[in-house]
Design a protein around this ligand. Structure first.
Ligand SMILES: C[S@@+](CC[C@H](N)C(=O)[O-])C[C@H]1O[C@@H](n2cnc3c(N)ncnc32)[C@H](O)[C@@H]1O
Length: 283
């Protein structure tokens, strides 16, 4: 369990006090995360992190979330290692929607690694890039203090990421940000955290869809094998989503859980988020 002080701190959403001036050093980096989430990432790196481990960003795209972590820890005078993982590719549609609209000059090709390196150059001394599939790259080792997850887009990736990174979390200190936790097309995220409830305690919801968890004990390989989502039936997933709705009562809104269940009913057996077809009642 988190201490009362930790639970009270996160319940107050103190990241809402992060100002545009605070975020200004990262403002040049386009991002898909919401304004609330930008403040959360900055605050976690500036005010929660202590230097007890690395800051790890799984699914950083062009570095938008990484930049908010880097700016936060820089503001706090720390320089812990930051690890940015992504395929670092973008098609024309995403380039137009996120990058060009965010001030990046048009460029040829799908490779955004050079762009990410350029955008994150102000903090280059502490950032390591891990291009490719996260499942293939894994974790080089050492404690992780903040783990941002935005790449759990299938049950297979969710299980592989948990297996590689969760054992390196520090009990009572490490925070996991599950981006897209409340999205209707990823019911395996609440299911996973429900299966790992002995190891993680929910601290806060950050709109629109992120959940922040405190690691209370680092799960070992056996615990992670027992918490695999890839082998769950649709009925088992629905049961765990129900459990998460109850456990998160008072922290997260209830409506997204009904949307997850509707999403699963409309896409039986599907375990890859981008293949989910939107059910009529969620439109
Ligand atoms: C929603 S975007 C992340 C947005 C980013 N955090 C930001 O601030 O703009 C999700 C990212 O995860 C990456 N991703 C998803 N699955 C992945 C995987 N298995 N391995 C590597 N990258 C992955 C995608 O390439 C994409 O850039």
């Amino acid at each position: 369990m988190p201490s009362d002080a930790t639970a009270d701190l996160f319940a107050k959403a103190p990241w809402n006090g992060v100002s545009d001036d605070d975020l200004a050093p990262a403002a040049h980096v386009p991002t898909m995360i919401s304004p609330d989430e930008r403040r959360l990432y900055f605050w976690l790196a500036a005010h929660w992190a202590t230097g007890a481990g690395a800051l790890v960003d799984l699914g950083c795209f062009a570095g938008g979330s990484t930049a908010r972590l880097a700016a936060g820890q820089h503001a706090a005078g720390r320089a812990a290692p930051i690890h940015a993982y992504d395929r670092f590719t973008a098609d024309e549609k995403v380039k137009r929607r996120v990058l060009y609209s965010g001030g990046v000059a048009p460029f040829d090709g799908n490779d955004i690694l050079p762009l990410a390196r350029r955008l994150l150059a102000p903090w280059q001394g502490c950032i390591s890039f891990h291009p490719g599939e996260i499942e293939d790259n894994g974790w080089p080792g050492g404690p992780i203090e903040i783990l941002a997850l935005d790449a759990c887009k299938s049950t297979a990736a969710t299980d592989a990421i948990a297996g590689a990174f969760f054992p390196h979390l520090v009990a009572g200190r490490s925070v996991v940000v599950h981006q897209d936790f409340l999205h209707w097309s990823q019911p395996w995220l609440p299911a996973q955290m429900e299966l790992l409830a002995e190891y993680f305690t929910p601290l806060a919801h950050c709109p629109p869809s992120s959940l922040v968890y405190l690691c209370t004990a680092a799960p070992d390989a056996a615990a992670l094998a027992a918490a695999r989502t890839d082998t769950l039936s649709d009925d088992a997933l629905v049961g765990l989503v129900d459990g998460a709705r109850t456990r998160l009562s008072g922290i997260a809104p209830k409506a997204p859980f009904a949307r997850m269940e509707a999403g699963l009913a409309a896409n039986p057996g599907e375990r890859i988020a981008w293949r989910f077809r939107k059910p009529a009642k969620t439109q």
